[in-house]
Design a protein around this ligand. Structure first.
Ligand code: ADP
Ligand code: ASP
Ligand code: MG
Length: 416
């Protein structure tokens, strides 16, 4: 017997038929003698619709009310799955975030989980009642208002609950049968990984692979939760309980025997580049630029500063997400007098391609090969950043797919 968390994403609960399929997956685990807590997302597309309603009601909406609206999607699916399970003769009940409760910070729209009270949940599981928990939502500790965890947040709910109930496994059921070397919808030759290290998955997720929310991987790493990504579209009846199902285990690096140099490639099209031209080359300029940006809550990603040729002026380039672009340019324009620059050049049709692998720690020249391969395809690199286990390149958005495919082949990731 094991204690499991099973998380089902939006496309897995898009309608009543898929919900029935989900219920049969749950039944399969219950029949095998396991204690099961299920975490569900809203039906596919529902959260987007709810977000659009808020924006249409008032562009500068109150984030607490936004959370009250968008959390409702998960409330519906948790109830529907509980009804479906009951109709199949399985004891089940729904739980909203506030009922457990899942206590969060007050960052409405992007709240962090602070604590989960799992006592009652554990008691119900021991009584053989399936808990169907609404993902993505919790309640702010002091104000008791509903808070949501940011887009894709049901992954984080699932991993946090797995840690709280000390689950043996946290199975993430989604519309792909695992984590691939890159997004399989963009690169058909992408290969499923049997295992991926937490650190690599963290980089993949933060650099654009939306298969798992970043925060869920951070939590998995801290609490050492065994996260297994697998498909919800398999027919439960076809699954042989004696065979390991197809999927990807996200685990500690030490559990992976054969480490490739490059594990995967992530990309993000939601990038924008801002170049501040002819700033004085003197102490305090970077502070004059990035101080106001930080105050305006703009997250700056890549930063490139040229060494001044004449010792007097230089250029400074940085990137922000497309969503922050308008606020960033506005902030820099307002601070022109303090910064002292000649002009701003901007580009928002840019994307960031990132190559990830813990094997890079012990191999030199990995990035150099990418520069050559992209040059051979006539792709210009606008900015570069590197860290121990990844490097990122900023290029024109029009070349995104070509660049990802080129690098995917270059590092031997293509499916054979
Ligand atoms: P869910 O609704 O189940 O949470 P998501 O849409 O959030 O599912 O995440 C699954 C999607 O993530 C896949 O359909 C796939 O297109 C995308 N994806 C991006 N990068 C990867 C990757 N490296 N491996 C697998 N899927 C990826
Ligand atoms: N329904 C939420 C979203 O679409 C949370 C999730 O699916 O994980 O972002
Ligand atoms: Mg998701």
């Amino acid at each position: 017997m094991a204690r499991l968390v099973m998380k089902f994403g939006g496309s897995s609960v898009a309608d009543i038929d898929p919900i029935r399929n989900v219920a049969r997956h749950v039944k399969r685990e219950v029949d095998a003698g396991n204690e099961v807590a299920v975490v569900v997302s809203a039906m596919a597309g529902v959260t987007n619709t709810l977000v659009d309603f808020c924006r249409a009601a008032a562009p500068l909406y109150d984030p607490r009310e936004y959370d009250a609206v968008v959390a409702s999607g998960e409330q519906v699916t948790s109830g529907l799955l509980a009804i479906t399970l009951q109709a199949m003769g399985i004891a089940a009940r729904s739980w909203q975030g506030w009922q457990l409760p899942v206590e969060t910070s007050d960052a409405h729209g992007a709240a962090r989980i602070l604590a989960i009270n799992a006592e009652e949940l554990i008691r119900c599981l021991a009584d053989r009642e399936v808990a169907v928990i609404a993902g993505f939502q919790g309640i702010h500790r002091e104000t008791r208002r509903i808070a949501t965890l940011g887009r894709g947040g049901s992954d984080t709910s699932a991993v946090a609950i797995a840690a709280a109930i000390r689950a043996d496994r946290c199975d993430i059921y989604t519309d792909v049968d695992g984590v691939y070397t890159t997004d399989p919808r963009v690169v058909p030759k992408a290969r499923r990984l049997d295992k991926i290290a937490f650190e690599e998955m963290l980089e993949m997720a933060s650099l654009g692979a939306k298969v798992m929310q970043v925060r869920s991987i951070e939590l998995g790493m801290v609490h050492n939760v065994h996260i297994f990504v697998r498909s919800s579209f398999d027919r439960p009846e076809d699954i042989d309980p004696h065979l390991a199902p197809p999927g990807t285990l996200i685990c500690d690096e030490s559990e992976i025997m054969e480490q490739e140099v490059v594990t995967g490639i992530a990309f993000s099209k939601d990038e924008a580049q801002i170049s501040v031209r002819s700033v004085e080359d003197k102490p305090g300029v970077a502070a004059a630029i990035f101080g106001p940006l930080a105050e305006a809550n703009v997250n700056v990603d890549m930063i490139v500063q040229n060494v001044s040729a004449d010792g007097r002026t230089t250029d400074l380039t940085f990137t922000v997400t497309a969503a922050d672009f308008a606020r960033a340019t506005d902030t820099i324009a307002k601070a022109q007098a303090e910064i002292g620059y000649a002009r701003l050049d901007t580009a928002n049709e840019v994307s960031k391609i990132s190559v990830i692998g813990v094997g890079m720690r012990s191999h030199a020249g990995v990035a150099a090969r990418a520069f050559r391969a992209l040059a051979d395809r006539g792709i210009n690199i606008r900015a570069i950043t590197t860290s121990e286990i990844k490097f990122s390149l900023l290029i024109d958005a029009a070349f995104t797919e070509l660049a990802v495919r080129t690098l995917h082949s270059l590092y031997g990731l293509d499916k054979v």
